[in-house]
Write a protein that binds this ligand. Structure first.
Ligand code: GLU
Ligand code: MG
Length: 441
């Protein structure tokens, strides 16, 4: 292995390695290591003060967390070809650290692997390009002001440099990007690339968010994946498309004869997603702000395109789960702030539980769920997704399948960190409250 890495470094003329990992929020952290020291790095990893690095359940008195680089998955930066980014898994005192999200996912994938499953995931990350105007960040392009800006050719074309740069970088990285569009909010975009196994996609998703921010900054802009930065515009989703492959590589979710193109296994998987949906939300929609995206109230474009209910349907974008085509299912509650490793872990665990317990997803929905009257929702027993982070965390705490998948210690820690975030938010007074209450009460 050491020889392969040496060859890679020599052939690609790599001079620096960005030895990286993520903590709870999914934001990448790194140390820059000259490639002259790659052997030490591979053997010993790179050390970090865990308390300083974010939410890793470490105090300032604790021993270092060590990122052990996964050199096989190194990515050479297309904009600095002498530097490679290397994702890693954290260890403390020589043992895997259970508070490392990438390790949490690896463990869940191993459980799936023991049953002969490979988890395939594709992601659709949406982002907005902004500029600072005084104290405020705003969509950067004043001409991109249509109420329905989705697929707008002229607005897309004004961002051609940023978009083609990103597409070329992704081609160079070998991700197989195949589409880029202007999304439903002003200055909002999405780029799609080919799905892969969950670790590959999660690493790429982390890298993608950094790459988009980097390229935007090179163009004097700021990119955000924040779930709902502007109340009057649709938010930033990161829909996850999922399927399971069997040992022969065949798609276990595909049944050409089924009306939705889904096998029984896929339907049970979906049953699991619906059953655990409320607890899942705490992971796939992880911020206070996430729940301001999961609403029915229409932004300027007419629809949020984000789910509100625990439902599934054919290619119907008002559902929590959409079946975009045969052989795969799309989870639409996931947003731009989700930690890709934790989101994959939770979605897979919920789906596998569905398969284990043969959970029936029930009938598909075909309606515009944003418009279905309350009585009809009740008659069909359609449940709501949580409306706040607090509610989602309560559900997660009581969900044994998801807490076990995250690791009981990690689930408790996650809830603790996120409840603190909720408390911090709750201790602030918003403009809305002052406008509505100050004079009237
Ligand atoms: N931006 C929407 C969301 O927040 C999704 C729009 C789409 O279907 O691509 O999920
Ligand atoms: Mg989209």
């Amino acid at each position: 292995m050491m020889a392969d890495i040496r060859t890679l470094i020599q052939d690609r003329k790599i001079r620096y390695l960005l030895c990286s990992f993520v903590e709870l929020t999914g934001a990448p952290k790194a140390k820059l290591v000259p490639a002259t020291h790659f052997e030490d790095l591979v053997r010993e990893g790179a050390g970090f003060a865990g308390f300083a690095a974010g939410d890793l359940n470490q105090g300032p008195h604790d021993p270092d967390v060590i990122s052990m680089p996964d050199m096989q998955r190194a990515m050479v930066l297309p904009w600095r070809k002498d530097v490679a980014w290397v994702p890693g898994n954290l260890h403390v005192d020589g043992a895997p650290w259970p508070y490392c999200p990438r390790t949490v996912l690896a463990r869940q994938l191993e459980a799936a692997g023991q049953r002969g499953y490979t988890f395939h995931v594709g992601v659709e990350p949406e982002f907005m390009l902004l500029k600072k105007d005084g104290e405020e960040f705003r969509p950067w392009d004043p001409l991109d002001s249509a109420a329905k800006p989705c697929y707008d050719l002229r607005a897309l074309y004004r961002n051609l440099d940023v978009m083609t740069t990103l597409l070329e970088y992704m081609q160079e990285l070998g991700w197989g990007p195949y589409a880029n569009d202007h999304e439903d909010a002003n200055c909002q975009f999405e780029i799609n690339w080919t799905y892969a196994d969950a670790i590959t996609t999660a690493d790429r998703h982390v890298f993608f968010r950094w790459m988009v921010k980097t390229v935007a900054e090179q163009h004097g802009l700021y990119a955000t994946f924040m779930p709902k930065p502007f109340a009057h515009l649709t938010g930033n989703g990161a829909h996850f498309h999922m399927s399971l492959a069997g040992e022969d590589g065949g798609n276990l979710f595909l049944d050409e004869k089924d009306d939705l193109g889904l096998s029984q296994t896929a339907r049970w998987f979906m049953g699991g997603l619906l059953h655990h949906a409320r607890a899942l939300s705490a992971i796939v929609a992880p911020l206070v702000n996430s729940y301001k995206r999961l609403i029915r109230g229409a932004p300027r474009s007419g629809a949020t395109w984000a789910p509100v209910y625990v439902t599934y349907g054919r290619s119907n974008r008002t559902q929590m789960i959409r079946i975009p085509g045969p052989g795969r299912i799309e989870a639409r509650a996931v947003d731009g702030a989700a930690n890709p490793y934790l989101a994959c872990t939770a979605l897979l665990a919920a789906g596998l539980d569905g398969i284990d317990h043969r959970i029936d997803p029930g009938e598909a929905n075909h309606d515009n769920l944003y418009e279905l009257p309350e009585e009809e929702l009740r008659r069909r027993n359609i449940g709501f997704l949580p409306t706040t982070l607090r509610e989602a965390l309560d559900c997660l705490q009581h969900d044994e399948v998801l807490t076990r998948a995250l690791g009981n210690g990690y689930a408790d820690y996650y809830v603790r960190v996120k409840l603190e975030e909720w408390r911090n938010y709750h201790q602030t007074i918003s403009r809305w409250e002052l406008d509505h209450y100050l004079v009237n009460f």
